[in-house]
Design a protein around this ligand. Structure first.
Ligand code: TRP
Length: 386
């Protein structure tokens, strides 16, 4: 970055071209090699700090309300959010409704999905007293951060973002919308508005987090002069979740559109049917070997996650029982694990008034915090005139 020497320049200029190449490469490299290794090590350190003093941390996580939450979401992230909350870390959970339209036409049955998402969150153990659950669209001051943030990134940097590229590919040939291109910036606003310093992510989301860190730093480089000892934003850190990636019942990526998911809210019979139809392989003897036998190992792993047992021990105990026995054990484990969650979920779904009130409370809290942050931003940018 370069600062203009001109005496009447009030604000330092940021040469986005000069910054861009280095930072752009850093973004692209965030999920690989030495950079990934550093993140892994740092995550272990953060875990220790969380245990020592959870009050130092504020976590933000988010989901797009594009469909029902499934057990891949549950074991991949929801359970971890609840665990962090119960360890005493303050949680923010954004239901990213605006993000739904980044890569598709129209919002779908959004209202239903948001309320059913709320029922899932609460049923799996998110506690509205400890966690702020809110919708993106209900927090105008958060969204307004997009404007200054957009001025801090370049289009080439966004185009090179690996997550944006991957999401564009997933749309199967749709042209890139402006919202898809800029959604890392919107996501930076989601994280920075509440000054979250911890974002639990999988490897694939690391470039986003890096983008948020870059934006926080550039903002303070450009406008933090008012009080350099107290930057407006703190750099959020990734907490890499070691969570196993569950595959769908066909052995491919679990995704609602493929009909290969088991939803959190599914009933026990439908769960059994889905698992009965799961793909296995020709070898009757059950082993846990994720590299060579992904489908069978996925069912073993699912059983392990749902029952808390060791996957090798599960495979051994089934041995020659074959795919049929494996599916039976998996079904029992999943249905047993989710029975209380499903019961609670049904109660919550029957009380939409309660779900709405929890959301209203979360939105109110998110708004109060967003307005405070936006005030600091406008004040740093000298945009408060009265
Ligand atoms: N992009 C995330 C998803 O597709 C949702 C999300 C929105 C998010 N804002 C966020 C995740 C901020 C982490 C931080 O599920």
């Amino acid at each position: 970055m370069t600062s203009s020497a001109s005496p009447d320049t009030v604000l330092p200029a940021v040469d986005t071209n000069a910054v861009d190449d280095n930072d752009g490469d850093a973004l692209a490299a965030a999920a690989s090699g030495a950079s990934l290794q550093r993140t892994v090590e740092r995550s272990a350190e953060l875990e220790k700090q969380i245990s020592r003093d959870p009050s130092q941390f504020r976590v933000l996580t988010g989901d797009r309300p594009t469909g029902n939450l499934h057990i891949g979401h549950y074991f991949g992230t929801l359970a971890n959010r609840v665990a962090l909350q119960n360890r005493g870390v303050e949680n923010f959970l954004i239901i990213a409704d605006y993000q739904v339209i980044a890569d598709r036409d129209g919002v779908g049955p959004l209202r239903e999905r948001v309320l059913s998402g709320m029922a899932n969150y609460l049923a799996v153990g998110m506690d509205p007293e400890k966690s702020t659950i809110f919708t993106h669209s209900a927090v105008p001051a958060l969204n307004q951060l997009m404007l200054p943030f957009l001025s801090l990134v370049t289009d080439s940097e966004l185009r090179r973002n690996p997550t944006v590229k991957a999401e564009l590919e997933d749309t199967g040939g749709r042209p890139m919308s402006g919202l898809l291109l800029t959604y890392p910036v919107s996501q930076a606003a989601d994280i920075l508005f509440c000054k979250a310093n911890l974002v639990p992510v999988g490897k694939d989301q690391l470039p986003h987090l890096e983008q948020a860190r870059v934006i926080a730093r550039r903002f303070d480089e450009r406008y933090g002069r008012v009080n350099p000892s107290a930057p407006v934003f703190r750099a959020p850190e990734a907490l890499l979740t070691g969570a196993a990636l569950l595959l769908g019942t066909d052995g491919k990526k679990m995704s609602k559109s493929k009909g290969n998911t088991i939803e959190i809210g599914m009933d026990a019979d439908t769960t059994a049917k889905r698992l009965k139809g799961a793909v296995t392989d020709a070898d009757r003897f059950i082993t846990y070997d994720p590299v060579n036998r992904p489908e069978v190992s996925n069912l073993v792993q699912l059983t392990a996650l749902a029952s808390g047992r060791d996957p090798h021990e599960i495979a051994e105990s089934i041995g020659n029982g074959g795919g049929g026995a494996l599916k039976k054990v998996a079904t029992e484990a999943v249905n047993e694990h989710f029975a209380p969650i499903r019961a609670r979920r049904a109660e919550l779904e029957a009380d939409p008034g309660y779900l709405q009130s929890v959301l209203a409370q979360g939105n109110e809290r998110a708004n109060a915090i967003a307005e405070e942050t936006l005030n600091e931003v406008r004040s740093a940018m000298q945009m408060i005139y009265t």
